[in-house]
Design a protein around this ligand. Structure first.
Ligand code: FES
Length: 190
């Protein structure tokens, strides 16, 4: 395990410069660190702490509070099946039970090949897709038992690589334009 790469350290410093208080960059930097390894390593959390001027415990406390952030290793794909009311009425528990059998793991576990982590989710705000399944923060649905097999099969084969990057990558296109504009305006003020 390692801390932030030189490239990500540079990105992190650029992000920190966007905020009047360094600590305000804590969540964006957690996402940056998570995109690097798929989860927040201890070393990356320490780097984020130094960059934000907070303690490593504060970074861990923040990261462990949010479902979107993981402080333990997860699979390439974090698959979350919503079991809240709309999805439950559409058969979510049947899909979730099937998912456990199909993947050979229980909720909260990761397959031996490191490909899938299975989670049970509260409402994902995709009720029109009930049963809604979220993979690395991308939404799929309605998903039934057969649809779950197709979805995980497509993920495993790489057929959805363009649509679903590895866990932690939020954006396919990184924001650079505004960051560069910000740096330019900073230079002009000097
Ligand atoms: S109840 Fe499942 S997405 Fe809302």
């Amino acid at each position: 395990m390692s801390g932030l790469t030189p490239e990500n350290l540079h990105k992190a410093e650029t992000i920190v410069a966007l905020y009047p208080e360094r600590r305000s960059a804590l969540i964006p930097l957690c996402h940056l660190a998570q995109a690097q390894e798929g989860y927040l390593t201890e070393e990356c959390m320490e780097d984020v702490a130094l960059l934000c001027g907070v303690s490593a415990a504060e970074v861990r406390g923040t990261a462990s509070f949010y479902d979107m952030l993981h402080t333990e290793p997860v699979g390439r794909y974090v698959v979350a099946v919503c079991t809240n009311i709309a999805c439950m009425l559409a058969g979510a528990y049947s899909v979730l039970t099937h998912a456990e059998e199909h993947l050979g793991i229980r909720v909260g576990q990761t397959t031996h090949d490191g490909l899938f982590t299975l989670e049970e989710a509260e409402c994902l705000a995709g009720c029109d897709k009930a049963v809604c399944v979220q993979v690395n923060h991308r939404f799929f649905g309605p998903v039934d038992r057969e649809g779950f097999d197709r979805l995980t099969g497509d993920l495993a084969s790489g057929r959805l690589d363009d649509e679903v990057p590895h866990h932690g990558v939020l954006n396919r296109v990184e924001r650079t334009h505004e960051l560069e504009a910000h740096r330019e305006s900073e230079g002009a003020e000097r």
